[in-house]
Design a protein around this ligand. Structure first.
Ligand SMILES: Cc1cc2nc3c(=O)[nH]c(=O)nc-3n(C[C@H](O)[C@H](O)[C@H](O)COP(=O)(O)O)c2cc1C
Length: 325
């Protein structure tokens, strides 16, 4: 079994975390990842204080293992954040502060509530900012990932962040879907991994079955980084675009973002209907390039154990064989 220092910091068995995904409300998935010895995370971005309570209660009904509540700092809703702290989750997972935002007070409030803090960064400067603010774990997220990502690849970002944040443990995210990814992340100096896309195609994920199927059918070459999902949602993201499936909706507006701004209200309403109907051509499906590595819809616990076992096999058998030559 692979145990790294982050397992002690976060009180988990496997150095495998679920990315908080605010657009995919699925406490069952969070509980399943945590119950399997990883770190589940519930994205709280779109949740009211009551929903944060209900989601947390649903997780705690299934497992007493550690899990994270995830907040996007640039758009944080004070009431929801305060209610999350009152619930004292083991971990608060932050991401995406705006450039001028003071982040230390948020980290301090989480610590004062007895929570560990993870902080996602898509670049070295953001990682250093998070470490200086007192984050306990840095998530180095590369551009291959699904949803909002920066510009640097996971392969280059992870070792740079590891060097820059010294003794703070780092998890690698973006483009990782199997044990090979975990083994590679460890070789790059990370202590573990955080995954989004792979868990979207899990049995407990609340994604419409058609979207899960689209991830299975993806060869990983059908994603596009664009501002289209944010323009349609009326969001101005601080320093990121969003990686989603390159479908009819995305292709209609790519290069015509000005026109999408003009037709935002209709486009937004149409997107909501398409999402409800599981229309994979006309809804936004955020997913990473690692969709090409996802070949089944498995229970989340099985995904965690498969990744842990495969990485262990690679790091013991393969490395020993190669090192002997
Ligand atoms: C559908 C979707 C929604 C996401 N929402 C959030 C979010 O609310 N908060 C967050 O910190 N990260 C969010 N992310 C990013 C993930 O936490 C993670 O960094 C990313 O999925 C890793 O790349 P991968 O998809 O290749 O595994 C989201 C990702 C996806 C695919």
């Amino acid at each position: 079994m692979i145990r790294t220092p982050v397992c002690d910091v976060l009180q988990i068995d496997h150095p495998i975390a679920l990315g908080g995904m605010g657009s995919v409300y699925a406490p069952e998935l969070v509980a399943a990842v945590s119950g399997a010895g990883g770190l589940g995370a519930m994205g709280c971005h779109y949740l009211t204080p009551e929903q944060v309570h209900a989601g947390t209660a649903a997780i705690r009904k299934v497992t007493n293992r550690p899990f994270a509540l995830n907040f996007l700092l640039f758009d944080i809703e004070e009431d929801s954040f305060a209610s999350a702290l009152a619930l004292r989750p083991s971990v608060i997972a932050f991401a995406w502060p705006s450039p001028e935002q003071a982040v230390t007070p948020y980290v301090e409030r989480a610590h004062a509530a007895g929570c560990k803090v993870t902080f996602m960064a898509g670049g070295v400067a953001e990682a250093v900012r998070a470490a200086q603010a007192g984050a306990d774990v840095i998530i180095a997220q590369g551009t291959e990932g699904g949803g909002h990502v920066g510009w640097q690849t996971t392969m280059t970002l992870v070792p740079m962040v590891v060097d820059a944040v010294a003794s703070v443990p780092v998890l690698a995210a973006g483009g990782i879907a199997d044990g090979r990814g975990l083994a590679a992340a460890i070789m790059l100096g990370a202590d573990g991994v955080l995954l989004g896309t792979r868990f979207l195609a899990s049995r407990e994920s609340s994604l419409h079955p058609n979207f899960k199927q689209a991830i299975l059918e993806s060869d990983g070459h059908d994603t596009l980084l664009s501002e289209i999902p944010d323009i349609a949602a009326g969001l101005v993201w601080p320093g990121a675009m969003s990686r989603s499936r390159r479908n009819r909706f995305i292709e209609r507006w790519a290069g015509r973002e000005w026109a999408l701004r003009q037709h935002r209200a209709e486009a937004r309403a149409a997107l909501q209907t398409a999402r409800k109907n599981g229309d994979v051509d006309e809804a936004i499906l955020s997913m990473g390039q690692d969709a090409g590595l996802v070949h089944d819809i498995a229970p989340a616990a099985e995904i965690v154990s498969r990744i842990a076992e495969e990485a262990e096999r690679i790091l013991t058998d393969r490395m020993t064989r190669l090192a002997r030559k």
